[in-house]
Write a protein that binds this ligand. Structure first.
Ligand SMILES: Cc1cc2nc3c(=O)[nH]c(=O)nc-3n(C[C@H](O)[C@H](O)[C@H](O)COP(=O)(O)O)c2cc1C
Length: 198
């Protein structure tokens, strides 16, 4: 797919992945697209921790489930977090949708553009994934659990540095669909309004 607008408007989140591994060349292309994202002041301080080891992914899923299961849902709890807590309490929550690849994005603690840089980086990766017929989905649970002692310890074991915090994540893999292609029909845009000043 060559057309940038088509690539952007046909990107959708994939939440059902097949177990088929992603070829290393394709994975590297997606990661490289992320590395080419702009960054505040050209800081380039994002750190991508790329997990393809199934055992490690399962360990992370267990940590996330156990951590969310300990939390309470309050009226003010963000809707997606409330769903994660409820699903974890019932014991059947896999935050990365069993994707064969999870990219955890980290950035320097105290860096004001950390989340903005992460947004650019993950969107670049998701667009490249779309161009390569791979499914992807932003995975924020690793960010929510950044200060969770068990998730933090696991991430340090996997390469997170002490001066970094987790700012986001992305699941990547082939869609669990008949043709292995991700859904591409865009959701209608009812928000994201534009004000023209002419
Ligand atoms: C900052 C951010 C965080 C998100 N976190 C999650 C998440 O943790 N889990 C998930 O399944 N989807 C997550 N999403 C995906 C959104 O739910 C999705 O983009 C939105 O519903 C629109 O659907 P689409 O991506 O298919 O167009 C996130 C998206 C963004 C931009």
């Amino acid at each position: 797919m060559d057309d940038a607008f088509e690539l952007i408007t046909s990107r959708r989140s994939t939440r059902k992945f097949s177990a088929k591994p992603v070829d290393r060349k394709l994975l590297d292309r997606v990661l490289e697209a992320g590395r080419y994202a702009p960054s505040g002041g050209n800081s380039q301080t994002s750190h991508l921790i790329v997990i393809t080891n199934r055992e490690v992914l399962e360990q992370m899923a267990v940590i996330a489930r156990e951590s969310f299961a300990k939390m309470e849902v309050l009226p003010s709890t963000y809707r997606s977090l409330a769903s994660a807590i409820k699903a974890s309490k019932s014991g059947n929550y896999v935050f990365h949708y069993n994707a064969p690849v999870l990219v955890v994005v980290a950035n320097k603690k105290g860096y004001g553009n950390a989340l903005a840089d992460t947004g650019c980086l993950i969107e670049n990766m998701m667009l490249e994934a779309n161009s390569l017929d791979l499914g992807s989905c932003w995975i924020n649970q690793v960010h929510w659990l950044d200060e969770d002692p068990d998730m933090h310890a696991k991430m340090v074991e996997l390469g997170l540095r002490e001066d970094e915090r987790i700012t986001g994540g992305m699941a990547l893999g082939y869609a669990d669909s008949e043709d292995e292609l991700p859904e591409r029909r865009p959701l209608p845009r009812t928000g994201n309004q534009i004000t023209y000043v002419e």
